[in-house]
Write a protein that binds this ligand. Structure first.
Ligand code: NAD
Length: 489
């Protein structure tokens, strides 16, 4: 199967923060891969804009290094890299001052698609938005892409939305959540809404519960100061896990259109019940640096604050008060320094109403597992008869759809989430981007949870690095006769 490359119009893409970590690891290598795929039209330009004063040649060398570091060698040839680098320009600008803006204004063309990627800290978003207008750089159709975090609570998110709205309309604002750019996440919508098989079962009558796990093996070392002000609830649940939950729980949009999809997601967020304190477990990893060396530091050592009450792990039970989901809990779990790096959504179906095979030991419930990483794909576990003459014994087999295998060589080359999302920006398709009201609704649900911890001075439980989180998190499901899916090493 050959993957289609959908053409986009010629563009000028400005990456504010072009010298930063995100640009180096994701944005620039991603653009190069799209170039190799033939998706960057001739005459398009990528313009790095950041504080460091340097000539374009130096920035091109920086981009080349990023490509060498982050793009597979099979995709690199000096000729291809050279042609790609020809599309790159650089302007030194100061987001807060006037340096560089007139130069940028001269460079940007009015007759191509204009996109401005704000890959800088959120405190600069307002400055950039204002300067793009003051210097008459952005056309009425220009797009701006903003990175997470989008606020740290409802109030700051509202302020940020108002700041951007002063200069850009909602249809121009692309709030990126790279989880939504993953192939599997989009496939989830295809599986749900392009097949008759699943939708009749997709409700509280047939689904016992849903588990969403985003497990990381890394700690917060390196970004400890930022993380200590954030925590797993703000950094992961309010945005990424919430978006995944919405895609599982939402009704069918009337068509696959950005606002139709986002309207349905918003309804899910608004239907979330407040979470009771008993239904949440927070954790902090405890490393054993003394025994295992500095790489095995504890969370408190990583954030350099022995009294920190920030969580590096959170597990919670979420309930959706609507006709489809009343009675089906959604269990969410995410954390650092866990046993494995794994992201999975598991739809766990109910038992058959009556087992004609009696108390069959091998019986397991059907589970639709949607893996975001590693090995993006979906597996549906079904019960069959154990092969052989041993009588009617049941066994579980996976109906496996690993995208890389199912789609052959092209599947193995699934574009990275950032690549796909940047191309969606150029195309002007907002389906996979969060709308302002969605972000605010998600904070409105998250704020009371965090406020309650703060008011009670809640201290997270500790868990061993390399484990599946605190014991209490296991109990969250055990007490209801359920168990978490295994996190694989
Ligand atoms: P970084 O600190 O590595 O880079 C910051 C960039 O901003 C640099 O290019 C710097 O020159 C530029 N900059 C700073 N002040 C400026 C000013 N006054 N005028 C002009 N340019 C200025 O940051 P990063 O890690 O690349 O993150 C960028 C944004 O992306 C942040 O909002 C971050 O939260 C978000 N983000 C980053 C990651 C990641 O993996 N790094 C992941 C998700 C979201």
């Amino acid at each position: 199967m050959v993957s289609r490359v959908i053409p986009v119009d010629r563009f000028d893409l400005v990456i504010f923060g072009g010298t930063g970590d995100l640009a180096r690891r994701k944005i620039l290598p991603g653009l190069y891969r799209r170039f190799v795929a033939g998706q960057i039209p001739e005459g398009s330009r990528i313009i790095g804009a950041a504080r460091t004063d340097m000539p374009t040649a130096d920035f091109r060398a920086h981009v080349e290094e990023a490509i060498v570091e982050f793009v597979a060698s099979a995709k690199r040839s000096s000729e291809l890299v050279g042609t790609f680098l020809d599309t790159i320009e650089y302007v030194a600008i100061d987001a807060k001052g006037d340096a560089g803006w007139e130069e940028l204004a001269k460079l940007i063309r009015a007759d191509v698609v204009q996109a401005f990627y704000f890959s800088v800290g959120p405190s600069l978003f307002g400055h950039l938005a204002e300067k793009l207008h003051r210097y008459s750089i952005a056309s009425d159709d220009a797009r701006i892409v903003v990175e997470k975090p989008f606020g740290r609570d409802l109030k700051t998110a509202q302020e940020l939305n108002a700041t951007l709205a002063a200069h850009f309309s909602e249809s121009q604002i692309y709030r990126i959540d790279h989880y939504l750019g993953k192939e599997t996440v989009q496939n989830l919508m295809a599986v749900r809404f392009a097949n008759i098989l699943f939708e009749p079962l997709w409700n509280a009558r047939h689904v016992d519960h849903v588990q969403i796990t985003v497990a990381e093996t890394v700690g917060v070392g390196g970004r400890g100061t930022y993380y200590d002000r954030s925590g797993a609830m703000r950094d992961m649940v309010q945005n990424h896990l919430m978006q995944l939950l919405c895609l599982i729980a939402m009704e069918a949009p009337y068509r696959f259109d950005p606002d139709a999809v986002r309207d349905e997601k918003l309804k899910v967020i608004r239907a979330l019940l407040p979470v009771a304190p008993d239904d949440i477990v927070r954790g902090q990893y405890r490393g054993q640096a003394r025994k295992n060396g500095p790489d095995d530091a504890s969370f408190l050592e990583d954030v350099e604050d022995p009294s920190s009450k920030t969580e590096s792990f959170v597990a919670l039970k979420v309930e959706i008060a609507n006709w489809r989901w009343k009675g089906t809990p959604f269990y969410l779990r995410t954390g650092k320094r866990l046993r494995g790096r794994e992201s999975e959504i598991a739809i766990v179906f109910k038992e058959v109403p009556h087992s004609i095979f009696g108390e069959e030991e091998g019986w397991r419930e059907n589970v639709l597992s949607i893996r975001l990483q590693p090995n993006e794909g979906m597996t549906l576990s079904v019960m069959i008869k154990e092969p052989g003459p041993g009588g009617m014994r049941l066994t579980e087999v996976p109906l496996d759809m690993s995208f890389a295998e199912a789609l052959g060589e092209e599947g193995a080359d699934i574009p990275d989430a950032y690549e796909r999302l940047i191309m969606d920006v150029i195309r002007g398709n907002q389906t996979l981007f969060m709308r302002g009201d969605e972000v605010e609704a998600a904070w409105a649900w998250t704020d009371p949870i965090i406020a309650d911890w703060d008011a009670r001075g809640d201290k997270p439980k500790t868990y061993d690095s390399g484990s599946s989180g605190p014991e209490d998190a296991l109990m969250l499901l055990h007490r209801e006769g359920r168990r978490w899916r295994e996190i694989h090493e």
